[in-house]
Unconditional design. Structure first.
Length: 140
C-alpha cells in the first residue's frame, strides 16, 4: 500500500519525501496498525473551504480535513491540508513551516488511527502524540 501526495492549487517542496513517507509508515506501525492508501492533498485555503462547505457543511477555514476509509486496522484515507493555514499558523505559533506541516500531517494520520480531539482530554492526548512522533521525525 502507499502514502501518496497530490497538489491541487498549492505547491511546496519537502526536504526529503522518502524520510516523510517512512516516518508516516513507522507511526502507523507503532500504533499497531497497517498502512493502506493514505493520500495527502495539499491545497489553498479557498480550496479547503470549498471541501469543508461541500462535505461537512462548515463555513470556515481550517488547516486539515481528514476523510476516514479505515477498515480492519488498515489505515486509509484522504487528508486535505491547507498550505495557506500552515504558513499562517507557523507564524502564530513561532515554528518553522516544515514543523507545522509535519504536525498537521501526523495529526491527520492520528485521526485515521482513531484519535479524536472533540474534548479537552482528547485534544491533550492527540497533541501529546503529535509531539511524540515529531520528536521521532526530528531524530531521523
Amino acid at each position: 500500500m502507499a502514502i501518496n501526495f497530490q497538489f491541487e492549487d498549492a505547491e511546496f517542496q519537502f526536504s526529503d519525501l522518502e524520510i516523510v513517507e517512512n516516518w508516516i509508515n513507522q507511526t502507523i506501525e507503532t500504533e499497531k496498525c497497517f498502512t493502506g492508501n493514505v493520500t495527502y492533498i495539499f491545497c489553498s485555503d479557498n480550496y479547503l473551504l470549498d471541501v469543508n462547505r461541500k462535505y461537512l457543511n462548515h463555513d470556515y477555514f481550517t488547516d486539515v480535513i481528514t476523510f476516514d476509509y479505515v477498515k480492519n486496522g488498515k489505515i486509509s484515507g484522504d487528508i486535505f491540508i491547507s498550505i495557506d493555514r500552515i504558513i499562517e499558523n507557523a507564524k502564530i505559533f513561532n515554528v518553522s513551516r516544515e514543523n507545522e506541516l509535519l504536525r498537521v500531517m501526523i495529526h491527520g494520520v492520528l485521526h485515521l488511527i482513531g484519535y479524536d480531539d472533540q474534548t479537552d482530554e482528547q485534544e491533550a492526548e492527540i497533541h501529546s502524540k503529535e509531539d511524540f512522533y515529531l520528536n521521532i521525525y526530528n531524530s531521523l
